[in-house]
Design a protein around this ligand. Structure first.
Ligand SMILES: [Ca+2]
Ligand SMILES: [Ca+2]
Ligand SMILES: [Ca+2]
Length: 394
């Protein structure tokens, strides 16, 4: 999950530069509106906190739906919980990239009951950024843990990676880079011996709003000889499908984010920047067959972060990071309903606080509250407590 605070910064700077031009006239375009608001924010110190969302989510309109419960609270040293993985024996891992405050190192912990313990406390840092940033993660068919790394907020120079934690007797041994040169590696899912990874910023020549799903086979990830290198700004042979984000008032152009597959083996991903929901059909060998934007009905989703599909019911549980909500998409008829939603909170008591990732274990839905907002999000402030919530489904 994946969030681009730098975009806000860019809009802010741009807004400053355009100050004389748009100060006296009402904004005519969405971009101008964004810039105009940025100017207002620069001019007024008072508006630094909690500027109510007046565009995508009108102030006061956010209702309370459902009743998420607190699973556990994390200290400030674990401030941005994100990816969740279910392993052999029901083991649960949680990645914490600390992108809200990375003065403390990122790590991966293991959730045990309603508490947690260290799993991989020392992740290798990327050499140029000197940071680790684990996002989504998954146990592979080889029993090892694969995690996507998001360096995009540290560097735009294609230094994000796919990493492998080689397990020894269930505990982390060596941790190595298996693929490099992603822009923003984000969601991961294994389907048989195919690994699918989203890159939320896979741009192309002439398309700065690009994103993609990549496909790797277990055998190529196991080949000796060091990491695979992607070729940025190309349709690299690992690119399975590409997407273009329609940038809205949030200014965020991150695209494909969470991903999972249904009972028929179709892959789905959602766009963080614009909330589009995509279906990618696969051939039996896991390669591309076709893709489509799914026409959804019911409640409107403006931003999709993580998602998980219950293949027994073909319902997708989708985090609405911007709307501070969990949505359910019934893949049998593409209708959307809201399972849970809260107004702006700090997360106390398990209230939603910008949910980023979800995982289903039995009938229990685990929810990571990422709490690291972009502008025009219901959540306005990264704050303690840092939390995991749960919803027990009927
Ligand atoms: Ca881009
Ligand atoms: Ca919080
Ligand atoms: Ca918050």
């Amino acid at each position: 999950m994946s969030h681009s605070t730098r975009n806000s910064l860019a809009a802010l700077l741009l807004g400053g530069a355009l100050l004389p031009a748009c100060q006296s006239n009402p904004p005519q375009t969405q971009d101008q509106a964004v810039n105009k608001e940025a100017v207002v924010q620069t001019d007024s110190a008072a508006s630094k906190t909690a500027s109510a969302d007046t565009m995508g989510v009108p102030a006061g309109s956010v209702t309370t739906i459902g009743n998420p419960q607190l699973l556990l609270t994390l200290p400030d040293s674990h401030n941005t919980p994100d990816g969740l993985a279910l392993g052999p024996g029901g083991r649960l891992l949680l990645s914490i990239p600390n992108l809200a405050d990375n003065s403390k190192p990122a790590s991966i912990v293991e959730i045990v009951g309603n508490t947690y313990k260290p799993f991989a406390a020392k992740l290798p840092v990327e050499p140029t950024t000197q940071k680790a940033a684990p996002m989504d993660l998954a146990f592979g068919p080889d029993g090892n843990v694969y995690y996507a790394e998001n360096q995009y907020e540290n560097s735009k120079k294609y230094v994000s990676r796919l990493m492998r934690i080689n397990l020894k007797n269930g505990q982390p041994g060596t941790i190595e880079t298996v693929v490099d040169s992603f822009a923003l590696a984000n969601g991961v899912v294994w389907k048989g011996n195919n690994l699918y990874v989203t890159d939320s910023q896979w741009d192309m020549p002439g398309n700065t709003k690009g994103s993609a799903i990549m496909r790797f086979t277990l055998s190529e990830l196991k080949k000796p000889g060091g990491p695979l290198h992607l070729k940025p700004k190309t349709k690299d042979p690992h690119v399975l499908a590409m997407f273009t984000t329609t940038v809205n008032e949030t200014g965020v152009d991150n695209g494909a984010d969470g991903l999972d597959y249904d009972s028929q083996g179709n892959l789905y991903t959602g766009s963080f920047g614009d909330g589009s929901f995509y279906k990618v059909s696969l051939k039996p060998d896991g390669t591309f067959a076709k893709q489509e934007a799914v026409a959804l009905t019911g409640d409107k989703i403006t931003c999709i972060d993580g998602l998980i599909i219950d293949r027994a019911t073909d319902k997708a549980y989708v985090t609405g990071a911007r709307q501070n909500a969990i949505f359910v998409i019934n893949l049998k008829n593409n209708s959307v309903s809201t399972l849970a939603q809260n107004p702006d909170t700090d997360g106390a008591g398990g209230k939603l606080d910008q949910p980023a990732e979800v995982l289903l274990k039995g009938k229990r839905l685990y929810i990571s509250n990422y709490d690291n907002p972009n502008k025009h999000f219901v959540n306005t402030k990264s704050d303690a407590p840092h939390t995991e919530s749960v919803i027990d489904l009927p």
